[in-house]
Design a protein around this ligand. Structure first.
Ligand code: 5GP
Length: 132
């Protein structure tokens, strides 16, 4: 059982800011900025590819509400919306969730990995491999 299932079941306390039949939103216990929220699927899907698109769409609807609330109630200037998708990406809890982190102009936080670059012709190769 994942830690988020225990939270959903009420076995572990959390600060809940939203709940419906398929999703909860709680404050992260180790916030990267105060108000850092996790929008969590109630049903366990380890990664995006495992989850139905209707659920993903609904989760984004809640992310939008959280983002708008952060701008209103916390006067956030922006948010980072992040999914760590499988352990290789840094995902610690194998249970689909979306981080929404309030950001403020000049707060100096950086979440993005440093930039790399393509060799000649390599962008085309990657484009060809990834075209959907
Ligand atoms: P991940 O690395 O899987 O994308 O993120 C997992 C997040 O869950 C981390 O930011 C971590 O702080 C948070 N977290 C882990 N355990 C708990 C907990 O018991 N309660 C709450 N509210 N958040 C947790």
């Amino acid at each position: 059982m994942t830690i988020f299932e225990k939270i959903i079941n009420g076995d572990i306390p959390s600060t809940k800011i939203y709940e419906d039949d398929s999703v909860i939103a709680i404050l992260d216990i180790a916030p990267r900025a105060k108000g850092h929220t996790l929008v969590i699927s109630k049903k366990v899907y380890p990664a995006i590819g495992d989850a139905p698109v209707e659920l993903l769409s609904h989760m984004m609807e809640i992310v939008k509400k959280v983002d708008m609330k952060m701008r209103d109630a916390l006067k956030a200037d922006g948010t980072n919306v992040i999914i760590n998708n499988s352990p290789a990406s840094g995902q610690e809890v194998p249970h689909l969730h979306i981080h929404v982190i309030p950001r403020f102009n000049g707060d100096g936080i950086s979440f993005f990995p440093p930039a790399t670059s393509y060799a000649d012709g390599e962008a085309k190769e990657y484009g060809d491999k990834l075209r959907i």
